[in-house]
Design a protein around this ligand. Structure first.
Ligand SMILES: CC(C)(COP(=O)(O)OP(=O)(O)OC[C@H]1O[C@@H](n2cnc3c(N)ncnc32)[C@H](O)[C@@H]1OP(=O)(O)O)[C@@H](O)C(=O)NCCC(=O)NCCS
Length: 178
């Protein structure tokens, strides 16, 4: 599968925000403003300062809904502690490292397709942004994602938690050499 990254359009962003994961993965569904989040996910997906891309297969037409998305930078950080003192949005941290975020369309999960998405997102960043290190945050319970990240070369380096409107959230921090 050859994957193509195109800068997020509003139509793509709206399609992605309408995705609905089931069960425990519902925590990845676009947040409900009523829960008190202080950011607009549509604005975040469209902000070129912390860029996001719609991902399709190379032979897909551009009006085919994306099969996934990939983001880089401040929008992919999970707690204020990491971004303290930094002006946002940003693509790379001052040390040159890139924090990434990604997702497969809900109906495509659990079929062994995630690794290709992760590898393609790392390759895109190497070509375009030249980061010094890759970093991601993943819920501690999300073994499906952690297996894919480990397979892509990521290693757990720490843990971070914060209290979201929905309650306490614990994330594993993983990094990978470029
Ligand atoms: C995270 C993601 C990229 C993983 O890709 P994927 O293609 O769905 O994962 P795979 O199908 O390759 O499964 C990975 C492993 O987890 C296992 N697995 C599948 N479903 C599982 C489940 N519900 N619980 C535990 N393990 C599971 C698979 O068997 C596989 O292990 P194996 O290769 O050793 O057999 C993808 O699921 C996704 O984008 N999900 C969106 C929500 C999400 O979890 N986001 C993470 C953001 S940090």
């Amino acid at each position: 599968m050859s994957l193509v990254f195109t800068p997020m359009t509003e139509a793509d962003a709206r399609a992605i925000l309408a995705w609905r994961y089931e069960g425990q993965y519902a925590v990845y569904n676009s947040p409900d403003a009523a829960l008190g989040h202080d950011f607009d996910p549509l604005v975040e997906l469209l902000d070129p300062g912390s860029p996001h891309f719609a991902v399709r297969e190379s032979n897909d037409a551009t009006d085919v809904p994306p099969l996934g998305f990939f983001g880089y930078g401040s929008a992919c950080e999970v707690s204020a502690a990491e971004t303290q003192g930094l002006a946002t949005p940003y693509l790379l941290r001052p040390d040159g490292s890139a924090t990434i975020g990604l997702g497969l369309r809900p109906d495509l999960t659990g079929q062994g397709r995630g690794l290709a998405l992760v590898k393609a997102g790392l390759a895109y960043a190497r070509d375009h942004y030249h980061p010094t290190l890759f970093r991601l945050y993943v819920f501690e319970w999300n073994q499906r994602a952690i297996r894919v990240y480990e397979r892509a070369g990521f290693v757990a380096v720490g843990q971070t938690s914060f209290t979201a409107p929905e309650g306490e959230r614990v994330f594993i921090e993983m990094t990978r050499v470029v």
